[in-house]
Design a protein around this ligand. Structure first.
Ligand SMILES: *Cc1c(COP(=O)(O)O)cnc(C)c1O
Length: 470
């Protein structure tokens, strides 16, 4: 007890702390309010550890320079942006937690060009009067997909919600039990339908749904036939679903529109890059689906957005719905999306310039060479402090796209006697920039598929910081 009081009395006063050179220096480039907050936080934390763990206070440094150093470090942490670049060494191309698709140089340049000053976002330069935000993308999207009309919203979840609300609110939408998907982040098709005021009418079974199941469910209340791409899982084995074209035929027979949520949505056939055969957006449109929605930041390789293409009358209804205004995209997204889509006018260009498509196509042998050179550089810096091997590893696309697709490649597996793989991973996450890898069999795996050339040096530096020089 006595000891506690003595220690508490030793805590530096805030003004003494603030006049320490370390905190005065920090105050040169960090706002004073954050320096003060950091000083208070540091003292509070020390007070708490004295009160709660009086027996462990032997190692506490209560000197002014000691406490000031800690406060200065806290102030620096508080002043750093929370959202920051991260090195993705997981090999997962579309890691939703790591921001999905990295943007192309063209997309980034377009964002800067358009956002630095003013733009013709909603201004018709020919007529000198109000124009339309989505005009900029519509022709391009129609050219790329063969659709009559197109519009764009904030993300694909929003696109589905908006399309359902505009096309079938107050009515029933018929959907296969095999397609009642949950995408993660609480996006569940049944919940989205409820939010859109649409009554769910499930048909078929988990593994098999036939055209007659849809037909038998059609009644006076039916407003829409819905098809959802089962993007993040597959029902394999004894299974069947109804092809888009059959559903379109049924819709035409009963005068019902068909909406398809394609999820990732691909503008190119990527079978040459090792992906399974999936209908492209153009093929889905050609099958006669009234409205097709897909994401901007999955395999498309652009910014977060929900793209909606289809028949003119349906797109007009969607555009006029009040939710469209609530889900509208901003000029930065528009600029990045326009530049990304423009690449697809020449498929070769898209394959070369869009980072997601580049990384997707990396041959296993190239990845193996990159692993060997990464391992050599790490060995050069760490000597025998780390145990390094190059092992075969498959990557995933991620982001809920093509779950069964495995992209063959290699990874550097790293372990050290100094710490466990968990500690190593945690240490790398605390580096500047943070590095995120994968743990397997108590080794840390670094997969070069998602690394950029400039990342190698940063990984080597981070590991040296963490494990010390040889
Ligand atoms: C990813 C996905 C969504 C959600 O798209 P976001 O762009 O993330 O909002 C919706 N439906 C399907 C089938 C998906 O795969």
């Amino acid at each position: 007890m006595n000891n506690k009081q003595t220690l508490l009395r030793k805590l530096p006063a805030i003004d003494k702390l603030l006049s320490d050179p370390q905190l005065r220096d920090a105050g040169e480039d960090i706002p004073q309010s954050l320096v003060l907050e950091a000083a208070q936080k540091t003292i509070d934390a020390l007070r708490q550890s004295i009160l709660q763990h009086p027996d462990q206070t032997g190692t506490l440094d209560l000197s002014i320079p000691g406490v000031a150093a800690e406060a200065a470090a806290t102030a620096r942490r508080l002043s750093e942006p929370s959202l920051q670049p991260v090195i993705n060494a997981t090999g997962t191309l579309l890691h939703t937690n790591l921001g999905r698709a990295p943007l192309s140089d063209a997309a980034l340049d377009a964002v800067i060009e358009v956002s630095r000053g003013y733009s013709n976002l909603e201004f018709d330069l020919e007529q000198g009067e109000r124009g339309h935000r989505y005009q900029h993308l519509e022709d391009l999207l129609c050219r790329l997909t063969g659709a009559e009309a197109a519009t764009v919203v904030n993300n694909n979840a929003g696109a589905v919600l908006l399309a359902l609300s505009a096309m079938a609110s107050g009515k029933e939408a018929i959907v296969s039990r095999g397609e009642l998907v949950e995408i993660g982040g609480a996006f569940r098709i049944p919940d989205v339908m409820a939010a859109g005021g649409v009554t769910l009418r499930e048909v078929g079974t988990t593994n098999k749904t036939h055209l007659r199941d849809y037909r038998n469910a059609i009644g006076d209340e039916t407003g829409l036939l819905l098809k959802v791409h089962t993007s993040n899982y597959r029902i394999v084995g004894f299974s069947s679903s109804v092809p888009a074209s059959d559903l379109v035929g049924l819709g035409e027979e009963f005068g019902l529109p068909v909406l398809e949520d394609l999820g990732s949505g691909m503008l190119l056939d990527l079978t040459d890059a090792g992906l399974p055969r999936e209908p492209t957006v153009r093929e889905t449109v050609a099958a006669g689906i009234d409205v097709v929605t897909f994401s901007g930041d999955k395999l498309l390789g652009g910014p977060q957005a929900g793209l909606i293409v289809g028949k003119r009358a349906a797109i007009e209804t969607i555009r006029r719905h009040p939710l469209a205004r609530a889900l509208r995209i901003d000029k930065m997204t528009l600029a990045a999306l326009d530049a990304t889509l423009r690449c697809y006018l020449d498929p070769e260009l898209a394959l070369q310039q869009l980072p997601v498509l580049q990384m997707l196509q990396l041959p296993a042998q190239t990845l193996r060479r990159r692993c060997q050179s990464l391992a050599t550089r790490i060995r050069g810096a760490l000597g025998d402090r780390a145990d390094l091997t190059v092992i075969p590893e498959t990557s995933r696309i991620g982001g809920g796209a093509l779950p069964l697709t495995e992209l063959p490649g290699y990874a550097v597996a790293l372990s050290t006697t100094q710490m466990t793989a968990d500690q190593l991973a945690a240490g790398l996450r605390r580096q500047q920039p943070p590095i995120v890898g994968r743990i397997q069999d108590d080794r840390l795996l670094l997969n070069p598929r998602t690394l950029q050339a400039k990342d190698t040096g940063k990984i080597v530096t981070a590991l040296s910081n963490l494990l010390g020089q040889p």
